[in-house]
Design a protein around this ligand. Structure first.
Ligand code: PDD
Length: 277
């Protein structure tokens, strides 16, 4: 397979990194996961905008313009003759240089991107998934899609060891998001989700969910809800590029409402399917 390295397409086997790489040694970089449906990107512009926002947030200079990376990512699909469902993983680090904490001088960013097959999670989307709650121990700039994922990794592992799909993160009793997705609660027909502050990643699918809700005349309120609110929720769902609009039917072993995906979640799923084509 072909991958993107810096601003060239090369064979996957030709990519080598020095061990003094700031992504490896400091997690000093940012990344994106972009959905591909039947060989076409979904929300590509939104992801590229966020990549630039993340890189800017930690002062990494990207070696391309938005138009150039768009063209490169499209070439990557073409060269791999990608026609199925998958993702592209793209990361940009502060580069390779002898290990010092401060930014190394005259060091260009390291960028790579590769495609991976990933089928849609149709069974989960149909039946819903379970989640556990975990403390949000991340830093204060979660809007930056940073490679520092240790709190997310530990939270997801705790979920997996519990047999759950996701970990819902909570700060001082209020729900921020999940370990790798945004989260929503439905009560009396209104959709609640944490505001797009620096406490959460501003999900590309989240942006779309807000639009869908508007199109469907569903009240959408950017207001944080609490862990306690989940007990009385009518519906709970999460969103991400890899999970789409995913019903959560059980939290910490307690069933949400009647334990089946709710009608608002179902309607948003239907609109998502049409939008993603
Ligand atoms: N995760 N919140 C966090 C912490 C995330 O890592 C993600 C994405 C989201 C949803 O963002 P989007 O709708 O743009 O995919 C929210 C990706 C898929 C990942 O790390 O694999």
């Amino acid at each position: 397979p072909t991958i993107l390295s810096q601003t060239s397409l090369i064979s996957r086997d030709d990519l080598t990194y020095p061990f003094e790489e700031r992504g490896l040694q400091f997690g000093d970089g940012v990344y994106e996961v972009i959905r591909i449906y039947q060989g076409a990107y979904y929300l590509l512009t939104e992801h590229i905008d966020r990549l630039f926002r993340s890189a800017g947030g930690i002062k990494i200079e990207l070696p391309f313009s938005k138009q150039e990376i768009t063209n490169l990512l499209n070439d990557l699909l073409t060269q791999n003759e990608m026609a199925s469902d998958g993702i592209v993983y793209l990361q940009a680090t502060r580069g390779s240089a002898p290990r010092i904490h401060a930014f190394p001088a005259d060091t260009p960013a390291n960028v790579y991107a590769y495609i991976q097959d990933m089928p849609r999670k149709t069974e989960n989307l149909k039946n819903g998934v379970s989640a556990i709650t975990q403390r949000d121990t991340r830093w204060e700039n979660c809007y930056i899609k940073s490679l520092n994922l240790l709190p997310n990794v530990l939270a997801k592992q705790a979920a997996q060891e519990n047999g759950s799909y996701e970990a819902i993160l909570e700060r001082d009793g209020m729900v921020t998001e999940c370990s790798s997705s945004n989260i929503y609660l439905v009560k009396n027909g209104t959709i609640y989700t944490h505001p797009a502050t620096n406490r959460i990643l501003h999900g590309c699918v989240r942006m779309r969910v807000e639009q869908f809700a508007g199109d469907l005349d569903m009240p959408f309120v950017e207001e944080a809800f609490s862990i306690d609110d989940i007990k009385d929720a009518d519906e709970v769902f999460l969103s991400s590029s890899t999970s789409e609009v995913m019903p959560i039917v059980n939290v910490d072993g307690n069933q949400i409402a009647d334990g089946a995906p709710g009608s608002i979640t179902r309607r948003l799923q239907a609109v998502y399917e049409t939008d993603a084509g």
